[in-house]
Design a protein around this ligand. Structure first.
Ligand SMILES: [Zn+2]
Length: 255
């Protein structure tokens, strides 16, 4: 018999519409850290997936007809849906085993193939894309200023980059955890790693971002950024570290 003061197992459920798979769903969590536990019954998405898909749909409801580049997709429900429903979708991965710009066959991945690209020095032509998507990528980039400048270069006027980045610093400025010196990683803080879509090793966390990321990305790209924070349980969007950033490449009037 359980004792009277035994902790109740955590359980939370809510019925709603999942933006990641666009289906009626039940969102269920078996632990209190909703960022990783609040999953969709239909597609398995977690809150940040639903948040970025909601922001894509609200700002670019015609996304299926647009030209989309996603850097470093992990083949979560968002990447799979973009690939499945957008005819002009290209996935890229930072793959140093082939020359940058090369198309790499990947029959086991939903994309079938991906393009090897260094986000900081891309081989795509200027103005190639309407949307550039990154999900939890910018905390792993050694030169994020170069990466966002390159994303801006490859966007068409009127396009945008839409990204999730964990804003972990809250009330403090962004800080660097590691830097590259002559191709050697120098750790400034205890190394932290996240999952890596194409490798068995984790991806090193290079920067702990704060809210000043908005100013940083604007400064290095000229894009007009906004940060979107959503709490909308009917769409299964609730939890920590699920901010979405949108950087618009505004068309300039020809006066
Ligand atoms: Zn879903």
């Amino acid at each position: 018999m359980p004792t009277s003061n035994a902790a109740e197992p955590f359980s939370f459920t809510h019925a709603g519409l999942c933006p990641a798979c666009d289906r009626d769903a039940t969102f269920s969590a078996d632990g209190p850290y909703l960022r990783s536990t609040l999953r969709c019954s239909e597609c398995g998405a977690v809150p940040r997936h639903r948040a970025i898909m909601r922001v894509i749909g609200q700002n670019f409801p015609n996304w299926r007809k647009l030209s989309i580049h996603e850097s470093s997709p992990g083949w979560d429900p968002v990447s799979k849906r973009l690939k499945a429903e957008c005819a002009d979708y290209v996935a890229s991965q930072y793959d140093t085993s082939v020359p940058f710009g090369a198309e790499v066959p990947a029959p086991r991945l939903p994309c079938g193939s991906y393009r090897s690209e260094n986000l900081e020095a891309q081989t795509f032509a200027n103005g190639s894309f309407d949307l550039v998507i990154t999900q939890d990528v910018f905390e792993h980039i050694f030169e994020p200023g170069k990466a966002i400048a390159e994303i801006a270069r490859t966007l068409k006027p009127g396009g945008a980059t839409i990204m999730t980045v964990p804003i972990v610093m809250k009330t403090k400025p962004s800080r660097r955890r590691a830097r590259l010196e002559r191709e050697v990683v120098v750790h400034l803080l205890e190394p932290q790693y996240h999952g890596n879509p194409i490798g068995t090793d984790g991806s090193l966390v290079v920067i702990d971002w704060g809210y000043d990321i908005v100013h940083y990305l604007h400064h290095h790209s000229g894009l007009s950024f906004m940060m979107v924070q959503i709490d909308d349980i009917d769409h299964g969007i609730r939890g920590d570290l699920i901010e979405v950033l949108v950087g618009f490449k505004r068309s300039v009037p020809d006066l």
